[in-house]
Design a protein around this ligand. Structure first.
Ligand SMILES: [Zn+2]
Length: 140
């Protein structure tokens, strides 16, 4: 498989969404070259999808970590939890942190509830607060 497909649930329908393995832009299933970054999908190395996504969490272009977090949440991969928590604690971009929290909520591991509650006690900026409250509700 040359492109990464992720099942996304939208209003009770299962949709298959595809992403470029380099920049994580949404692409068409049949596009072998990403229109956003020009990466040839078949020539990308064999690093696992999840490993690439985890690395993308620290990408300098802010939309990339947001997309990576979104996809990791949809994949519900427990392997991503430490990297997502690292983003929550260290990244200074509110929207990236909120995306990481959303992903943690989607992954659904209840062990992170306490961590999110501690985050809320610190009175975080609004996007982070909203994401943390939503994740706690999802996990609860
Ligand atoms: Zn791309």
């Amino acid at each position: 498989m040359d492109v990464l497909g992720v099942f996304v649930f939208i209003e009770n329908q299962i949709m298959m969404t595809y992403f470029c393995r380099n920049c994580w832009n949404e692409i068409n299933e049949r596009q072998s070259v990403c229109p956003q970054c020009g990466a040839k999908q078949s020539e990308l190395d064999d690093e696992t999808f999840v490993a690439k996504l985890i690395r993308a969490l620290n990408h300098p272009e802010p939309q990339t970590p947001i997309r990576a977090a979104y996809i990791l949440g949809k994949l519900r991969t427990n392997e991503a939890i430490p990297a997502l928590l690292d983003v929550v604690h260290k990244n200074r971009d509110f929207f990236i942190v909120a995306a990481a929290i959303d992903a943690l909520g989607e992954i659904g591991n209840r062990k992170i509830i306490k961590e999110l509650q501690e985050l809320l006690i610190q009175n975080p900026p609004l996007p982070i607060r909203i994401a943390a409250e939503r994740a706690i509700r999802n996990l609860g």
